[in-house]
Design a protein around this ligand. Structure first.
Ligand code: ATP
Ligand code: MG
Length: 389
């Protein structure tokens, strides 16, 4: 019995002529992710991608766990392939679905016949196979409306496939089909979620993190690595630039009016991110900001940071409540890492009374008192690159 994975690729079906490019990108992403599990063959046909092991050790069941996290997949299933012959279909279903059918009380059979030359009609196939399975597993009942297991038989061009319940995929678009964007990532809850949300829409992430040792600890940086590792399980590998930010923050202390400290710091972060983003061919910046969450995330404050951004700034969490962001953080397994208490450079030297309604002019004036292009260049050139898988 030959096992295969059948992948149904959600929104891709809508993309007309681009579809093939999208499917190729999806296959590339799957290959990159499953490479460590062995070699697989990939085949596209009839809006399905089929994966078969090339070598004996290539493990399809483990590959399924990887595939559950790859964007651009609506649903997938581990299936058994067999000859387009009812006897073979019957024998395959009995064996391949044994565990699933033993554990269930109710089932139904569905048939998809893309090869119309197959001698049985779909209703005949369902009826016959349903009868065989009822006889083999007498504890089962048929429930056509809400079965615990839906047994599916697909009659395709060359082979027939049998599988049980499909698994839901991660949805979205294949990472990389939407271009590249630079994620400003802290060790907090919001920015990893923001990165995940944009990767889900097909964006390839490049990350930038500002570190201010010794005010921020190496553990804070490790936390960012751990967070990005979790995001990378969905988005594929992420290049992370760690920018040395200490000198700039020390320079600001005492020179920048206290109530503008955070806003000016965020503008300088944006300016540095601009340059790295341009060098890395990114088309946008991404942050984890959420409307009103803190003083630097009011409408006025966001306008002050936006004013220096040279790219569109995507803030997918902007309209979300903290609880909603946390729900996603838990789902993608970043929450427990995010809540480890290591200080971020944004929380050192923070003003006691930040301006919540700064004007762009006032922010620019405060920034002018500390702005030093050479210092920014030094930070940009000092950025360290690490690749996170
Ligand atoms: P998060 O939970 O993502 O840390 P936050 O609510 O704590 O967000 P801030 O600390 O004000 O908010 O930061 C707002 C956004 O600025 C973050 O979501 C992130 O995109 C960016 N940011 C903050 N600190 C850093 C940092 N050290 N390096 C890179 N980007 C940062
Ligand atoms: Mg933060």
């Amino acid at each position: 019995m030959q096992e295969v994975i059948l992948i149904k690729n959600g929104e891709l079906a809508l993309k007309g002529l681009n579809r093939s490019t999208f499917e190729d990108m999806l296959i590339k992403n799957i290959k990159q992710k499953t490479g460590r599990l062995g070699e697989f063959y990939f085949e596209k046909s009839q809006s399905t991608i089929m994966i078969t092991p090339k070598t004996a050790e290539a493990n399809l069941r483990e590959a399924c766990e990887d595939i559950a996290k790859i964007f651009g997949i609506a649903a997938f299933s581990l299936a058994a392939s067999c000859k387009k012959d009812f006897e073979d279909i019957k024998a395959t279903a009995e064996v391949f679905l044994a565990d699933e059918l033993f554990a269930a009380q109710t089932f139904k059979v569905e048939a998809k016949r893309s090869d119309k030359r197959f001698p049985m009609t779909s209703p005949e196939l369902c009826r016959e196979l349903g009868g065989v399975l009822l006889e083999k597993y007498p504890h089962l009942r048929v429930d056509v409306h809400d079965p615990e297991v839906t047994v599916t038989v697909e009659i395709r061009d060359n082979r027939a496939f049998v599988h049980g319940n499909q698994r839901r995929g991660a949805g979205g678009m294949p990472t990389g089909t939407g271009g590249r964007a630079m994620l400003l990532v802290s060790g907090g809850i919001d920015s990893p979620v923001a990165g995940w949300m944009m990767a889900k829409r097909g964006i390839k992430l490049i990350a930038v993190h500002f570190a201010s040792p010794p005010y921020t600890s190496p553990k804070a940086e490790m936390k960012v690595h751990e967070l990005l590792k979790k995001v990378a399980q969905y988005s594929g590998r992420i290049e992370l630039f760690t920018v040395p930010f200490t000198q700039i923050q020390e320079h600001m202390r005492g020179r920048c009016p206290e109530e503008f400290f955070t806003i000016v710091m965020r503008r300088l972060m944006m300016r540095i991110a601009n340059e790295i983003a341009e060098r890395e061919h990114c088309g946008a910046l991404i942050t984890g900001e959420s409307m009103g969450q803190v003083a630097s995330q009011t409408l006025h404050a966001l306008a002050c940071t936006d004013a220096v951004a040279q790219f569109p700034v995507f803030r997918p969490c902007i309209g979300m409540d903290k609880e909603e962001i946390i729900t996603i953080a838990r789902k993608i397994d970043t929450f427990d890492i995010s809540i480890q208490p290591y200080e971020d450079c944004c929380t050192i030297f923070t003003p006691r009374h930040p301006r919540t309604r700064p004007t762009i002019e006032a922010a620019a004036k405060a920034e002018a008192r500390v702005f030093d292009q050479a210092m920014l260049d030094e930070a940009i050139n000092g950025a360290e690159l690490k690749i996170i898988y």
